[in-house]
Design a protein around this ligand. Sequence first.
Ligand code: BG6
Ligand code: MG
Length: 221
Amino acid sequence: MKISRKLEAFIFDLDGVITDTAEFHYLSWKRLADEEGIPFSRKDNEQLRGVSRRRSLELLLKGKELPEKKMQEMMDRKNGYYRELIKTITPDNLLPGVEEILEYLKEKGIKMAIASASKNARPVIKNLGIEDMFDTIADGYSVQKTKPAPDLFLHAAKEMGVEPPACAVVEDAESGIEAALAAGMLAIGIGPEERVGKAHYRYDQVADIELEKILEVSEKV
Ligand code: BG6
Ligand code: MG
């Protein structure tokens, strides 16, 4: 389904869209799972995209209940592994096409935001050297209800002073596409059909996004 609207802002998810930190999240959860003797595969990891640290652990535990203290320790341990990995990030870790898209949108005067469920979004953005590109950075501290709730995207739109229907969201997570649709925004999915097939537009990677076409359709409104 294609829809038309005049776009004034682009909201980007971070992990798995701007940079491949989705892999770092996976490696960190995998290390924890191996230490705990919990089976955890790349396929299992698909469900963890876009969801909060606590929800990720709940999914990893597949319904098994543990004392809160143990849950906290496991989340802290995973986060420690993740923090080590993101220290290695440099501008070379921008995914193909990202720099070009950000520069193109900036030139067109379109507002831009990051909306990530991660509490580590700011250090990642800083290491990538792109913090000055964005009008707003919404992260895991910005709202209470995480994706698939629309709250994070609505917060980013409000911060930019743009109405939700004038925003496009670029997302690699099923939960993120659901959140964008719930916010009444144009959803651009990055990844396979089974993950982001509900989006208005879907591409295998960011470099494939037909930006001119999407903007042209929006300008005809
Ligand atoms: C999202 C990732 O952006 O952030 C999830 O897609 C991750 O995989 C979530 O669990 C929370 O991240 P953090 O850094 O706060 O643990
Ligand atoms: Mg993501």
